[in-house]
Design a protein around this ligand. Structure first.
Ligand SMILES: Nc1ncnc2c1ncn2[C@@H]1O[C@H](COP(=O)(O)OP(=O)(O)OP(=O)(O)O)[C@@H](O)[C@H]1O
Ligand SMILES: [Mg+2]
Length: 492
């Protein structure tokens, strides 16, 4: 006799087969939702509201009932929508049961800690009641897209829910989309430009592109242009002939020759000098170049992936970067968002670095305390993933949760002062001729007001009545300001 678990999994095998085999969700077909919620009128509301929008719903009052429906083959969901307050079981277990089927939380709880817990348990998104049906449709659509990517991209991913040996950890829709683009263009021998702040993971993405291409067994050569003195960049990239400059004692091949047949990764491309830019343009056009000090033309077949953390458009407008080179490089462009725009990845990244460094330093470390993890999620991480990695490494080595907490909190409070300064700077940049003090003050007031409203809403678990009371404004005024500043509930 099958146990409930085996039965359940058998039911799920059927779900997966339907999805990967005949793909019953082909264009135009209906999306199947399993809704776990014990409020009958809410079940009816969703069934009515979503039924006409192309969804088929099966509802259960709690997770045990949902499992039964799955085990009996009465539900074959594409996405599971669950109210944890009704499920009567830990969300982590639900996500584990659901395996690759995405789980979206739709809950009456607006407690930030519940939101953090849900995302850490493996839920793909968290919506608060009362729900906006359009938003729910959108979230389900994104969940399906993410799940499809997950299936296609199995070999390189390390998502929050199914960590494997790979080192690329991500789960946000934005990063999933980036991975999809990277995999799609891996075999197209077009140049790729990866843009993003320092520490966001541009190197990793460049390596993914190479390792998924047909030339994966050929060299991957990285050149960090910023690390080279400008006069050496040219000989480093294109090689030099003996006597080309003082110190060039022998003929030397450059990185382009080493990379022949494979990929060259040009990091910090915004730092290239004009002469190197001109040579690079030529290589991009026809694969030809000459070694420094030589007239012999050489030819290479190299795929170029470039990265920059400077805005190249700015470099073009101030004349330090060639526009024609920019368009040649930018055939495919990948913009990697800063970590603060994909905070949902912070817990899985932090856990991943914790495991990595406990193994590397052979030091047992306590799991990151929940309040420190919440601070990690709130922090703005100017150094992005690299900074988070360094902080977790420090946690493993020094085990000083208190010290880390104090430092992050003090930096967080300084950030506000910094923002005001940045506002003044940007105003001066926009209006170098004349400063309208009233206008500057108005903008600063807006900024502080918005920030205070968000803080208070968070402190009151997004209870607008309480927030209005604490802010000493009317409920209506608060609603107007929320709309004016486009403030939306987000996990931190
Ligand atoms: N998604 C990720 N999963 C695991 N580790 C990551 C991820 N993103 C970044 N890292 C780690 O963070 C550090 C910085 O990443 P990376 O070097 O790729 O950033 P970068 O954008 O190239 O930065 P820079 O502009 O300074 O060169 C590396 O140690 C990298 O392993
Ligand atoms: Mg880099």
């Amino acid at each position: 006799m099958l146990s409930l678990g085996e039965n359940f999994n058998a039911g799920y095998e059927a779900v997966s087969r339907t999805k990967t085999g005949t793909d019953s969700r082909a264009a135009g077909s209906r999306t199947r939702l399993l809704v776990v919620d014990d409020e009958k009128h809410f079940q009816n509301f969703l069934t009515r509201g979503l039924g006409s929008a192309g969804f088929d719903l099966v509802c259960a009052n709690h997770w045990a009932e949902a499992r039964q429906l799955l085990a009996n083959g009465q539900a074959f969901p594409d996405v599971v929508v669950v109210e944890p307050l009704a499920a009567q079981i830990d969300l982590r277990q639900i996500c584990a049961d659901c395996r690759s089927t995405p789980v979206v939380v739709l809950s009456a709880s607006r407690d930030p800690q519940s939101i953090v817990r849900a995302i850490r348990s493996g839920a793909l998104d968290y919506l608060c009641k009362p729900v906006d049906l359009k938003r729910l449709e959108q979230v389900v659509g994104e969940a399906l897209k993410a799940e499809r990517l997950e299936r296609r991209a199995e070999p390189v991913r390390t998502p929050a829910r199914s960590r494997n040996q790979s080192q690329f950890v991500f789960c946000s829709p934005k990063m999933k989309q980036i991975e999809q683009v990277a995999l799609q263009i891996a075999n197209a021998r077009v140049p790729v430009l990866i843009q993003g702040e320092s520490g966001v993971g541009k190197d990793i993405i460049a390596r993914i592109i190479h390792s998924h291409s047909k030339i994966a067994n050929k060299p991957f050569v990285k050149v960090n242009c910023a690390a080279l003195p400008s006069e050496l960049t040219e000989s480093e990239l294109f090689g030099c002939q003996r006597g080309a400059f003082t110190g060039a004692l022998a003929d030397r091949p450059g990185k382009f020759e080493f990379a022949n047949g494979g990929t060259i990764f040009l990091d910090e491309i915004g730092e290239f000098s004009p002469s190197v830019q001109a040579k690079l343009l030529q290589v991009l056009q026809d694969g030809r170049f000459t070694r420094l000090g030589s007239n012999n033309e050489m030819r290479v077949d190299v795929r170029i992936v470039a990265a920059t953390n400077r805005k190249l458009e700015d470099a073009i407008s101030n004349g330090t970067f060639r526009e024609d080179l920019y368009y040649r490089l930018n055939v495919v462009s990948i913009d990697v968002p800063p970590l603060r725009e994909r905070r949902e990845e912070i817990p899985s990244l932090a856990d991943y670095f914790l495991t990595k460094y406990t193994a590397e330093y052979r030091t047992p470390a306590e799991p990151i305390p929940p309040d420190l993890m919440e601070l990690f999620i709130t922090f703005h991480w100017p150094g992005n993933v690299r900074e988070l990695e360094n902080v977790v490494r420090r946690y493993v080595v020094l085990q000083d949760a208190e010290g880390i907490r104090a430092e992050l909190e003090s930096r967080l409070s300084k950030q506000m002062g910094g923002q005001i300064e940045a506002l003044a700077e940007s105003y001066l940049h926009e209006n170098p001729e004349s400063v309208d003090l009233k206008e500057v003050s108005r903008r600063a007031a807006f900024m502080v007001e918005k920030s205070m409203i968000i803080k208070t809403l968070r402190n009151t678990s997004w209870n607008k009545w309480r927030a209005a009371k604490e802010l000493k404004v009317s409920y209506k005024t608060l609603l107007t300001k929320i709309e004016q500043y486009d403030i939306k509930p987000r996990p931190y």
